[in-house]
Design a protein around this ligand. Structure first.
Ligand SMILES: C=C(O[C@@H]1C=C(C(=O)O)C=C[C@H]1O)C(=O)O
Length: 397
């Protein structure tokens, strides 16, 4: 029998919850861009490699991008868990749910917050041949009739001086506006994302997804930023990249939704370093298809994989330097009444707390008329949220 407890939220609760996550072997933190709901899953009563294997009021988890095995990691292969305690903060209130804990105030008071530590970013290792490999990909796209778009990823290793503490990390995530904030923890491993991209949200049968593809930098001044946005909306190359995603979502949702609403032209989605073409899509799920089945059917969209899907995935597996793990994979939660939300784990990093290594991820949609150097610069901008996070980490109160 689950225990449930709701009371007024007070700001001290957050530090206690971060401390609880710090001690948990398994944990998750998830907030929407508006921060109107913050969710924590702390410790696990059950874990599994597939979502279908678990039942519980709320299940958190992530699926790896593809079948390639990320070396020396449990977390990056994807995992799902039923939290021992689920905590949801909505506006003024905080709600705790658990089968095992009943006195939640005593439970929360039992955690000891960790004091701030400085972590230095000691050395950065890049993929030095990425521009050359991207130029090869562009040549391939120009001649291959069976490959239209490939989202090509790259990774950047950062050697840190120490482990990262979750209170500081989540505090520093607070600087990243207009994005989801996601942290997944599995023992000494963390996956962190400040992604702008929803894969799918489901609530009482109402489905919401979005195409996010096509990218420009932000301008330094308002006029420049607006001009870059106008140019992005008018860019044939970016509109083609974007339309692949819209078409793929429409096709896959057609069979499972009624009243599918798809705007005919994209709008702009602005984050700190980049702006994207963005088309929000809504619909009504026809039967009670599980949210995780919708996730499986949509992933990977051409925003993260490519067109056609299978050929693009084969190209990625053969030509990216490292497996992606959770980078660009679905991450989120679902509830027993089939609601929940999944985002794609981009603007993300993986941290091994024993070796103090952080791996940052970025990718860019490549089509036949892409420019390799421009795409390199774009992926550089897409590393920035996590680079900034590592800097902000040392300045959290
Ligand atoms: C793959 C990434 O981003 C994706 C690719 C985009 C593009 O090619 O324009 C834009 C947004 C995301 O869908 C990333 O941030 O690493």
């Amino acid at each position: 029998m689950a225990h449930q407890y709701t009371r007024l939220f007070n700001t001290n609760d957050l530090q206690q919850l971060y401390a609880a996550l710090e001690t948990a072997e398994y944990g998750a933190y998830f907030t929407t861009p508006t921060r109107d709901v913050r969710r924590f899953g702390i410790d696990a009563t059950a874990i599994a490699t597939t979502a279908a294997a678990l039942t519980g009021p709320v299940i958190f988890g992530a699926q790896a991008f593809d079948h390639q095995l990320y070396p020396a990691s449990q977390l990056m292969r994807g995992f799902w868990f039923v939290p021992k305690v689920v905590v949801t903060i909505t506006g003024e209130t905080i709600t705790f749910v658990s089968d095992e804990v009943s006195d939640f105030d005593a439970w929360l008071a039992g955690f000891q917050p960790v004091s701030s530590q400085v972590v230095d970013d000691l050395a950065v290792t890049d993929e030095t041949d990425w521009v050359d490999r991207t130029a090869n990909l562009i040549d391939t796209l120009a001649i291959d009739q069976h490959l239209d778009k490939v989202v090509f990823g790259r990774q950047q290793q950062h050697q840190l001086s120490d482990q990262l503490y979750l209170a500081q990390l989540i505090g520093a995530l607070g600087e990243q506006d207009n994005t989801y904030h996601v942290v997944l923890k599995r023992q000494a491993e963390l996956f962190i994302s400040a992604t702008p991209e929803r894969l799918v949200k489901l609530s009482a049968g109402k489905l919401a997804t979005a195409a996010v593809a096509g990218t420009s930098r932000r301008g330094r001044k308002k006029a420049e930023d607006e001009a870059l946005g106008v140019a992005l909306l008018a860019s044939e190359k970016n509109r083609v990249e974007h339309q692949y995603v819209v078409d793929s979502l429409a096709e896959r949702l057609q069979h499972v939704t009624s009243e599918l609403h798809i705007p005919t032209t994209p709008q702009l989605l602005k984050n700190k370093q980049v702006q994207h073409l963005y088309t929000p899509i809504t619909g009504q799920l026809v039967d009670n298809m599980p949210l995780t089945a919708v996730v499986t059917s949509l992933h990977p969209t051409p925003a993260l994989g490519g067109v056609p899907r299978e050929a693009a995935l084969a190209y990625i597996a053969a030509h990216e330097k490292w497996p992606r793990g959770l980078f660009a994979g679905p991450v989120g939660y679902f509830t027993a009444d089939n609601s929940g939300e999944f985002v794609v784990g981009i603007r993300s990093m993986y941290v091994n707390q024993l070796t103090h290594q952080a791996t940052l991820f970025a990718g860019a949609g490549i089509v036949a008329d892409s420019d390799a150097q421009q795409e390199y610069d774009e992926t550089g901008l897409k590393f920035e949220p996590m680079r900034q996070l590592l800097k902000d980490y040392n300045h959290v109160e």
